[in-house]
Ligand binder design. Structure first.
Ligand code: SF4
Ligand code: MSK
Length: 655
């Protein structure tokens, strides 16, 4: 048998990623004998039965494995058929993903409550205008009330998003009436996220819900409680407490590390840790301590989604997305890695150990063997973050590992909140989505696509994101982005206004008039709720139909990996969006469940799922769908899809 390292050596790192910095570090890791998730993905063949979602281990009469090639040829010991098994598995992915976003949102709301009650003083309300507008959007009267009074009322209302047991969650008031009517008819309006997730878990227990359509109703309701509930609360409260993003020029890629400075990376999803460490690194006594240790300063850098959030909100440099988190430790230049929750690979602890980088967990929900735990408490946050900085300075002083930092930095513009898009397009006196809708109606902009989600070592890192987005903008489709996808495009240089040169003539004209990039970064994966609010604004503005499902829009998560992505996909589908996933999809073709997901949802007035691995095929599917919606709206001018030829691709690569 070939040794594992021999197999790895045969795979060129250039086939694993298009990120030059990550490739350089993967080469170094191989020289250093250090393993990363890329290597483990090569050595771990994905289970084909699991990939098809054709297995069930919900009870001890199993696990039961069905055959995807003959899906109706066999049932589980209890009699569960392929549709039940797939639907239950999918339901649990939605429940887990929704729980992750919702628990994050609830943490933000806990913080908000303690700030409002005066029990926490290290944070405050930074954006009272946003506070007022969120309150008004759910029917709270703000006239003549103080900031504190509005905040208290808002807290009481938003708490219902989680704990309400009957009725409709507050942000249903933001949903266009026609869409809400469809949801009410289908029985998918969430009561409260805790209730929906709990019921979802109950219904997927052995011997409870065994009709795939009934399970789909509940996983749709659960997903909506995430997108229009837990996630939306997380974004809105974070804006109120820490400020609403507006465009800012930021550096991205591993070259943001500085050899002569104390480098601290924060990776995860919750902004409170990052906001606090931002204070700590500017603390004069700690800056002096770093200088006393021989450093030129303290360099705070973000990764993954809390990085994307801080990049959008404060212009903090970003070092890379999910599949670069191990690779960056290989630089030897990271003096501390602080993490909170979600997308934190356990493998980070081992790589950190190999390069003498102290790794710190901070959240009681996420402990990792081998990492030091320093508890983070919103009531005295700097106790944790000052300690991380102190330990980073100590590591800097005693650096023993050789340092190699890829000399690559990309500059881009990020921080397009839906409020800013409103202002940018309409101007400060007539801020509105009218110009966007007009440009869609007149055909300069063919439609809007949300391209979001993770990176995954089962496909070449960043490649599917970048190729898909290039294809979309070339066809006059404005692209909105969040999460790790946004970082992929930033590294590819598409988040600058000059990238409009790669867009089709209509989109290019709009971008050049406004001075905006054709690719608008909106924040972290929880900030996908910003895209929902923008879509609701487009409907409200008029001229593009009366429901979210009538808009010429589409979504994609081309390199997804997490259960959160599945929940996001399902809430976009529920919101009327055609949503295409790449890599793999946990479902068996030629089954009733497949037909419901890929065809029948749309007939009910929702969106539908799509799947493609190839980015050009993915783009074709999304563009065809957008054209179908344009035709239904009567705004379809004869226009051909622009296909890239090799000359186009070469000119783009040169750009
Ligand atoms: Fe098998 Fe049914 Fe038990 Fe699932 S619930 S493991 S299909 S017996
Ligand atoms: S971090 S969920 S890899 S976007 Fe939000 Fe990135 Fe996906 Fe995690």
């Amino acid at each position: 048998m070939e040794k594992k390292t021999e197999i790895e050596k045969k795979v060129n790192v250039r086939d694993l990623t298009i990120c030059d910095a990550t490739a350089q570090m993967l080469e170094k890791a191989r020289r250093d004998g250090v393993e990363t998730a890329f290597d483990r993905a090569i050595n771990m063949k994905a289970c084909p039965i699991g990939a098809d979602s054709a297995c069930c281990k919900h009870c001890a009469m199993g696990p039961c494995r069905l055959n995807a090639k003959d899906p109706y040829g066999k049932v589980g010991v209890c009699g569960a058929d392929i549709d039940t098994i797939q639907a239950r598995n999918f339901s649990r992915m939605v429940a887990s993903g929704a729980a992750a976003h919702t628990d994050h949102g609830m943490s933000m709301l806990d913080l908000f409550r303690e700030v409002v009650n005066g029990h926490i003083t290290d944070y405050s309300i930074k954006d009272p205008l946003k506070l007022e507008s969120v309150a008004q959007s759910i029917g709270i009267e703000t006239e003549g009330k103080s900031v504190a009074e509005i905040a208290k009322e808002l807290y009481t209302e938003l708490e219902k998003t989680y704990i309400q047991i009957e009725g409709e969650i507050p942000f249903m008031k933001r949903v266009p009436p026609k869409t809400l009517e469809t949801w009410r008819k289908l029985g998918v309006v969430p009561r409260g996220a805790m209730r929906e997730i709990m019921e979802m878990m109950h219904r997927t227990h052995m011997g409870v819900d065994q009709h795939y359509e009934n399970l789909a109703q509940q996983f749709t309701r659960t997903a909506i409680s995430d997108g229009w509930g837990g996630s939306m609360v997380a974004t809105e409260i974070s804006d109120i407490l820490f400020g609403t993003p507006s465009p800012i020029c930021v550096e991205v890629n591993m070259g943001v590390l500085k050899e002569n400075q104390v480098n601290i990376i924060i990776h995860g999803h919750e902004p409170n840790l990052f906001e606090s460490i931002l204070e700590s690194v500017n603390e004069p006594s700690l800056v002096q301590a770093a200088k006393d240790a021989g450093a030129a300063g303290i360099n705070l850098v973000g990764m993954c989604c809390s990085g994307a959030e801080m990049l959008s909100r404060h212009g903090i440099p970003h070092a890379g997305n999910f599949m670069s988190t191990e690779a960056i430790l290989v630089t030897g230049a990271v003096d501390a890695l602080g993490v909170d929750v979600q997308c934190i690979k356990q493998g980070l602890a081992k790589v950190a150990e190999c390069y003498g980088t102290p790794m710190f967990t901070t959240n009681s929900r996420c402990r990792i063997e081998g990492a030091v735990h320093i508890p983070f408490d919103d009531h005295h946050p700097k106790e944790c973050t000052d300690e991380i900085v102190i330990r980073a300075i100590t590591r800097f002083k005693h650096r023993t590992h050789p340092i190699e930092i890829p000399n690559i930095v990309n500059v881009g513009v990020h921080g397009f909140s839906h409020e800013y898009i409103n202002y940018m397009l309409g101007g400060s006196f007539r801020g509105s989505y009218t110009p966007l809708n007009e440009n869609i109606i007149n055909g300069r902009i063919r439609g809007v696509a949300g391209v979001v989600g993770c990176t995954n070592p089962r496909v070449k890192q960043d490649w599917v994101h970048v190729e898909l987005v290039k294809e979309l903008i070339k066809n006059d489709i404005l692209v909105l982005q969040t999460g790790c996808s946004q970082i992929a495009l930033a590294k590819a240089g598409l988040t600058v206004p000059e990238a409009a040169i790669l867009a089709g003539p209509g989109l290019r004209e709009v971008c050049e008039t406004v001075g905006m990039p054709p690719v608008l970064g909106m924040g972290s994966c929880v900030d996908n709720s910003r895209i929902l609010v923008a879509a609701a604004e487009m409907v409200r503005e008029g001229g593009l139909g009366d429901s979210l499902a009538s808009l010429p829009v589409a979504g994609a998560a081309p390199e997804w990996m997490s259960e959160k992505a599945i929940s996001i996909g399902q809430y976009f589908v529920a919101s009327g969006v055609y949503t295409v996933f790449g890599v793999t999809f946990p479902i068996v073709e030629h089954t009733k469940f497949y037909k419901m997901m890929f065809e029948d949802f749309e007939k009910q007035g929702l969106g539908k799922w799509g799947f493609a691995v190839d980015p050009y095929e993915m783009a074709r599917m999304m563009i065809d769908h957008i054209d179908k919606k344009r035709k239904a709206l009567g705004i379809d001018k004869a226009r051909e899809r622009t296909l890239f030829d090799m000359a186009d691709r070469r000119s783009m690569e040169a750009a």
